[in-house]
Structure formats: structure tokens, C-alpha cells
Write a protein that binds this ligand. Structure first.
Ligand code: 5GP
Length: 145
């Protein structure tokens, strides 16, 4: 058995709860295959997480089709974020397994708008105000329309 198959998908991870609407999120985009919502501890304004609706722990077990849907949605969010946040660039990140930096075990791609000369905050450094998250979600949704 390959190493990655030793880790079963945990149906009680926080993103699975968000998908089941058992836990709230600031949704910015959704289709049949993916959900995108703001990170509650953004490393940059507009920091968004794109996740498959299908159960997938990370890059190691996700199906190629679901990964493709996540990639397509990540591009969509990235393009909208350039407009919504007058960004100069975008950083995408994906962490798999603890050694890879993963903390939440449902596959997610981080889409982070970047501005020249401004560093990302360290991961999980500060929980953002709800009002700021609401405003940023509104801006992103408007740019996606
Ligand atoms: P990773 O697993 O790639 O290291 O990162 C998990 C990400 O999920 C972090 O950026 C963290 O801020 C974010 N996060 C953790 N819990 C929640 C939550 O309950 N809601 C939202 N929207 N983001 C979360």
C-alpha cells in the first residue's frame, strides 16, 4: 500500500463541515464540483481557499477530474482577485500531509492576491474581522460576475 493510502479521509474535518453547511464560511464561488471561500486567517487581503466537493484529503488522493475542477476554479478566482484587490500578482499554494505543511485535511488550494513589495503574513497569524471578510467577499463576488 502506498504511504498516502494509509491516511483515511476524515469526514469531520472543518472543510467537510463547511461543505455540509454545519459550519459557516464567506463563500465567494460555487459550482457542481467546487466551493471557494475566504480564509479566516488570511495571509493577504482576499486570501481564498478552493476545495473540491468530493472527499479528498490532499493532492495524493484527489481524482484527476476533481483536481482539474479545482485548478480551473483557482484560475477563475485568481483572475477576479486581480481586479477586486487591484493586485500585482497571485500566489497559489497547496500543502499535502503534515510534513508538507497541511493543517486541514480536505484538499484546498490557497489563492492569495499579492502587491509588489508586500510580504505574506505568516500562516494562521491572525483571525480577520468578520466585517473585513464580508467586504472582501463582496468585492470578489462582484469581480466574478
Ligand atoms: P493548510 O492546511 O493548507 O496549512 O491551511 C489551512 C488553512 O485553513 C489556513 O490558511 C487556515 O487559516 C484556514 N482555516 C482553518 N480553519 C478555518 C475555518 O474554520 N474557516 C476558514 N475559512 N478557514 C480556515
Amino acid at each position: 500500500m502506498p504511504d498516502y493510502e494509509k491516511h483515511a479521509y476524515d469526514t469531520n474535518n472543518i472543510f467537510a463541515k463547511i461543505l455540509r453547511s454545519e459550519f459557516p464560511c464567506h463563500k465567494v464561488y460555487e459550482n457542481e464540483h467546487v466551493l471557494a471561500f475566504l480564509d479566516i486567517m488570511p495571509r493577504a487581503p482576499g486570501h481564498t481557499l478552493v476545495i473540491p466537493k468530493a472527499a479528498a484529503r490532499n493532492i495524493l488522493d484527489v481524482s484527476p477530474d476533481d483536481l482539474a475542477h479545482v485548478a480551473i476554479a483557482s484560475q477563475k478566482i485568481a483572475r477576479a482577485a486581480m481586479t477586486a484587490f487591484t493586485a500585482d500578482g497571485i500566489t497559489l499554494q497547496q500543502f499535502s500531509e503534515t510534513a508538507g505543511g497541511q493543517v486541514v485535511f480536505h484538499l484546498h488550494v490557497h489563492v492569495m492576491p499579492r502587491h509588489t513589495g508586500i510580504a505574506l503574513l505568516p500562516p494562521a497569524s491572525r483571525k480577520e474581522d468578520v466585517k473585513v471578510l464580508e467586504d472582501n467577499a463582496t468585492r470578489l463576488i462582484a469581480a466574478l460576475e
